[in-house]
Write a protein that binds this ligand. Structure first.
Ligand code: NAP
Length: 281
């Protein structure tokens, strides 16, 4: 295989971003190992480019299964150049109304699953002194809104851990990029979303319009996953890829607003912040 043709490992290629990333990589002549959770998705994926699109069954919530799956890919398919941790879903529900088990499940997929994939692949990438890990986070890893605490928490966690890992492995020739999309037209707010049942009337006024607006917006989001895929391909080809990348006009303006208001709040309370040292320091 020529040096510019890479092997991608992408989690969750059955729909949405994962499918678009895989199609874009395949269109550029790369090979893609894509994880799926059922036979039908495996067949549909491999049909995209027989021989170059290789489906592997993996539920990333099953962390014990990740390491052997990655070792097998490295052994029988080849060295992975690019890992895209894409598999994930959104949980919706106010914190008080959402069972803690839903938080465990949310973090199990969006955080433990992604970290499990990185930990399984790092020994191989480190030995080769090469590799690019791309974690699909969200603008919800920077900004928040009522009703998605577990989701935002999981994406803040993945943003933070991506940034730490980037510092730990830079000297080994491994790049880490956290990609934070705004709203894109995928199955995220449709079939994939887990919605906790409502039960506390006090939250009706705040939360009902948010849930309704998300349901109404589903299928009409401004972001085009194929354009996101082109941007991710540009990242992979970049000489020095960034640690953080926002995707979409909504992500850009909302995150900028958040950073401005955070700075203003830090400044407003600076006197109290600076009041905590020993007198002699
Ligand atoms: P999607 O169309 O629902 O795709 C989600 C993919 O993840 C599917 O292939 C799904 O597989 C897979 N998946 C879910 N849970 C999994 C698990 N436990 N193990 C393995 N695979 C699993 O939604 P999407 O928008 O493309 O989501 C991809 C990523 O983008 C997610 O991390 C999401 O949080 C993030 N994101 C999306 C948006 C947006 O607006 N769409 C914005 C910011 C971030 P199945 O078909 O088997 O369910």
């Amino acid at each position: 295989m020529s040096a510019d043709k890479k092997l991608f490992l992408i989690t969750g290629v059955s729909s949405g971003f994962g499918r678009a990333f895989a199609e874009a990589a395949l269109a550029r002549g790369h090979r893609v190992v894509g994880t799926v959770r059922n036979d039908e998705a495996a067949i549909r994926f491999e049909d995209l480019a027989p021989g170059r699109a290789i489906a592997v069954h993996l539920d990333v919530a099953d962390v014990e299964a990740i390491e052997p799956a990655v070792a097998e890919i490295e052994k029988s398919i080849g060295p992975v150049d690019v890992l895209i941790n894409n598999a994930g879903y959104g949980h919706e529900g106010t914190m008080e109304e959402s069972p803690i088990e839903e938080m465990r499940r949310q973090f199990g997929v969006n955080v433990f699953g992604a970290v499990g994939m990185m930990k399984a692949l790092l020994p191989f990438m480190r030995r080769r002194r090469a590799g690019h890990i791309i974690n699909i986070t969200s603008m919800g890893g920077f900004i928040t809104m009522p009703g998605i605490a577990y989701y935002c928490g999981s994406k803040f966690a993945l943003e933070g851990m991506s940034e730490v890992l980037a510092k730990e492995v830079r000297d080994f020739g491994i790049w880490v990029t956290a990609v934070a999309p705004g709203s894109f037209r995928t199955d995220w707010a449709g079939r994939s979303m887990v919605r906790s049942a409502r039960g506390i009337a006090d939250y009706d006024a705040l939360f009902d319009p948010i849930r309704r607006a998300r349901e109404e917006k589903n299928g009409k989001q401004a972001g085009d996953p194929r354009k996101a895929a082109a941007a991710v391909m540009a990242l992979v080809e970049a000489e020095k890829p960034p640690v953080h990348l926002l995707l979409g006009a909504d992500a850009l303006s909302l995150v900028r607003d958040k950073l401005e208001s955070l700075r203003a709040e830090i400044d407003a309370w600076e006197h109290l912040t600076l009041s905590t040292g020993f007198a002699e320091a």
